[in-house]
Every structure is written in C-alpha cells, then in structure tokens.
Design a protein around this ligand. Structure first.
Ligand code: GLN
Length: 499
C-alpha cells in the first residue's frame, strides 16, 4: 500500500487547476470535489498495491468516463465504450485517475507542440511555480509525445502517469521534465484500449517521480492480456524468468558488465551530456562494475528505418478516421453537404488532422505504394532485424523471442554485457522560443533526439530514463539504462544503483 497521506494527496489535487492553467497539461480533468471525496473516503486499512495513489493518463489511452481525444481535432468528441486494460488494472488496485494528459497528436512528435489544444510547458524550469505569471524566458519544452504526463508528474499533481512510448515518447519527456520514465519490453504490458500509432512499436510506459512508484505500477500492469494479441503470453514470460534466473545477481558488482557504445555518443551530443555519461561510467567503475565498449553499427540507420516503419503503420492505422465510423465529420460540423464520398472523406481528414499527422500519412502511403514497398518498407524491416541481432550479440541474456541460431554473432562485443548506458537526448530541454526558431530554420532538427531512443523501440528493449544530477548542476541530464528483451525487472532493480 502506498504511504500517501490524505493531506499530501489533497495538496496535490488542490494544485491541479493552477498547474493546468500554467502548463496546459490536461485535455480533461475529473471534478476536483469528487477527487477530494474519493481521498477522504479511503479506507485506511485498505491494502491494495496502489491504494489512494493519484495518476494521470495520456489521452491516447481509453477511459470510459471521459473523451479520448489523442489531442486531435478528429477525435475531440470521441468517447470509448470501454476503458483500456491498463486503466482497469490501475483502478482495480486502488489508484485514482485525476485526468487525461496532452500529447502530440496521436503520439507523433517529440516536443508536445503538435496538439490541437496547444503546447504543454515544462514545470521543472519554472522557478516561480506558485506564481500566476510565467515569463517567456522561463518557458521550456516538456518533450513529447507524452509531454502532458511528464509535466503532470513534474508539477507534483499526481504520483505517477501513464504514457505511450513508440519511439521514445515516455523517455524523452521524462528526461526533459526531470522525472523517471520507463518503457517496458514490447508486449509486456497490454495495449488493449490504447489508440494505435505504430502497432509493432507501441508500448505503454510509466512516468513517476521515483523508482519505487514505477516498480509498483509495473508490478500491477505486468500481466498477460488475452485481449491484446501482441501481449506476450505466460509461456514466454516463464521462459524469460527461467533465462534471467541463470544470470548473476546485480549485487555481485565484479560480475556485472555495463556496455557503452560510441555509436550512441556520435550523434552531436553536447559536452554536458557527454560529461554526464563519463561521470556515470567512472562512478559505476568505482563501485566495482566492469565498463565494456560495445559496437552497434546499425544505430546510424535506426532513424530512417524507424520513420519508414512508423509512418507506414500510422498510415494504415489512421485510415479508420474517415468521419463515418469514428470522430470528426465535415458534414456533422456543418461545413460540407456533398454526396460525393471521396470529397467528404478528404475534407473530413484535412480538417480533422493537424499538419504533422497529414505529412506522416502522405509519406507512409508513399512508402507502402507498390513502387516503393520493396525499396523502402522492406529495407527498413531488414535494418530493424540487423539492429536487433546486434543487440542480441551484445547482451548476456539470450533474447527469449529468438532461437539460438539468430541470436547474433560475437563480433560486436566479445565480452557480453548486462546493461547498456546511453544518453536520452543530445542536450537538456530547449527553451520554447529556441525550438520555434530552430524549427523554422531547420525542420529536420525536431527529429534529432529520436536517434537515442529509437534503437530500443525497434528492438523492443526495456529502457528507463533516469534524471541524473552531477554535483554542481541545478537541473538533471537524462540517462538511459537499456536491458535485453524481457529483462525489465533487472533494469528496474539496477536503475537504483545508477541513480
Ligand atoms: N518522436 C517520435 C515520433 O514522432 C515519438 C513517438 C512516440 O514514442 N510516440 O514518432
């Protein structure tokens, strides 16, 4: 049971409106009075794992009670007839949902700028949190796409938040907002009721202000769900347990190897970030752990492979929003009365989707066209396979999804590792004004940080973003700890040693 006092929960709830007004965190919140009543009527002896904890849910995860908008005009009035499995599990274990959080439309973005309700802002850099005024100079980007979830935790209005991580959308905002963000292995946590962006990459992740809460939530959500065909079944879960049990305990520092790859560090990281990685490596070395250089040559191809796969899957997933079966319709909005269904669908989708989503649908269709499929889509799949084989060749733990002959060769690391450490982003969160300027002069710059987080997504690996403070710094740098597929539990345990 969480040791949340009634008083501290009431303080958190009391802050919701002020924090939302300042940082634009939520797409909707539950009535404050009802939340207070829920807290006051909690049974003190209740022993559920998450009793009385307050959580925020990213608004691409369905909840029966309110709209599930995906921060898109196309779904602004959409109410799901059921809640996602993850939401049911949280409520069953005593957690209280306070609201739905803002995101980049359908999860597509890295700054939380592409939302139909506007930009979410980063609470961590706000030095006057209690004040109503918010100087432009203090406005920083929260990261995306789960920017609202990270901001909710950072603003202290909830104990944890759920996000989704398709290509870094939990880890990057966690790093920017100075909180912890965990992306589990692909298939660990049910996606039933989570609106698909790119289904071969989508995962539900957890953001929290400390590791303990993340572990508790993970323990609740780490379950096979028959409703999600991509959720790993109990047989695979047992195989993973049997394989991990053969590994050395993380307490035996001399036998634990930590991999560092210069391939991760070659992507224009700032001296600050580089220094943090060096400092962390020397701290771990000082504690007796072995630091091992590893090679991941396919990292340089990860970004194009990811965007080819993600856009293609998104194109297919988003085809359902045609105004007939789901969401916004130009006729219902009173804009179009045509009988011509093609113009109806095209107008509905042009009015319902934002520019970034439309761009991705166009590129996705291009990659899936008969002319480009072989050269683009299939090649991206081949890169993904190669990268996964490289990771398999580095880790001590065999990948439970592969047979031994495709585990990968030893060329990339003769000494096998338990974990890899890497940056989460090239630098700390940018100022909002700098981001706007940069996007104008260099539109590709918005994808730069994806290079650090996408490799784990392509290979389905468990990865956690940890806020790491070096002695003199006021704000943390996000450090990424990555484990082999299925090794979620040990990643969470080892994270404690890295902090
Ligand atoms: N920046 C990535 C993208 O835009 C993040 C996606 C995600 O994890 N939802 O695709």
């Amino acid at each position: 049971m969480l040791k949340n006092s009634v008083d501290s929960s009431l303080v958190k709830i009391g802050r919701i409106h002020h924090a939302h007004k300042k940082y634009n965190i939520f797409t909707s919140t539950r009535p404050i009075n009802k939340l207070k009543q829920q807290i006051l009527s909690l049974n003190k002896d209740e022993s559920k794992l998450l009793s009385g904890s307050l959580c925020s849910i990213k608004d691409n995860i369905a909840t029966k009670q309110e709209y599930t908008t995906c921060s898109s005009s196309s779904l602004r009035d959409y109410k799901s007839p059921f809640s996602a499995t993850v939401v049911d599990l949280l409520e069953k274990h005593g957690s209280i949902v306070i609201g739905k959080t803002n995101l980049d439309e359908f999860g597509m973005g890295a700054n939380n700028s592409y939302s139909h309700i506007g930009q979410t802002l980063n609470p961590m850099y706000d030095d006057n949190k209690d004040s109503e005024t918010f100087l432009d100079a203090d406005k920083y980007v929260p990261g995306g796409s789960s920017g609202g979830s990270a901001a909710a935790v950072s603003a202290g209005v909830c104990d944890f938040a759920l996000g989704t991580d398709t290509g870094g959308s939990v880890r990057l905002p966690a790093a920017y907002c100075g909180v912890h963000g965990f992306k589990p292995s692909y298939g660990r946590i049910s996606r039933w009721g989570v609106v698909a962006y790119a289904q071969s990459l989508d995962t539900v992740g957890i953001l929290g202000s400390n590791l303990e809460i993340i572990k508790s939530v993970y323990n609740v959500l780490n379950q096979y769900d028959t409703k999600d065909p991509t959720c790993i079944d109990n047989q695979v879960r047992s195989r993973i347990t049997a394989l991990t049990e053969k590994l050395t305990s993380i307490d035996d520092a001399k036998k634990i190897n930590i991999g560092i790859s210069t391939d991760y560090l070659a992507k224009g990281v700032t001296p600050d970030t580089l220094a943090t990685i060096e400092l962390l490596a020397s701290k771990l070395f000082g504690s007796g752990y072995n630091i091992v250089p590893v090679k991941l040559p396919s990292l340089s191809n990860a970004v194009p492979a990811y965007f080819t796969i993600a856009y293609s899957e998104a194109t297919s997933n988003l085809s359902r929003y045609d105004g007939v079966r789901y969401g916004y319709s130009t006729i219902e909005a009173g804009k179009e009365t045509t009988e011509d269904y093609k113009s109806f669908i095209s107008k509905t989708r042009s009015e319902g989707f934002g520019a970034e989503v439309q761009k991705r649908i166009l590129i996705g269709n291009y990659n899936l066209s008969s002319e480009k499929f072989q050269n683009n889509y299939l090649k991206a799949g081949a890169v993904r396979k190669k990268l996964t084989a490289e990771f398999n060749s580095i880790f001590k733990l065999p990948n439970a999804l592969y047979t031994l002959d495709v585990q990968g060769s030893d060329v990339h690391s003769p000494t096998k590792v338990d974990f890899i450490i890497a940056p989460i982003s090239a630098s700390r969160a940018p100022k909002l004004s700098d981001l706007v300027e940069k996007e104008k002069s260099d539109p590709i710059s918005t994808y730069v940080n994806d290079a650090f987080v996408i490799p784990s997504s392509l290979a389905g690996l468990p990865s956690i973003s940890l806020p790491w403070y070096s002695n003199s710094e006021k704000y943390p740098v996000g450090i990424q700890l990555i484990g082999q597929y299925g090794d979620d539990q040990r990643v969470l345990e080892f994270a404690k040693r890295v902090e």
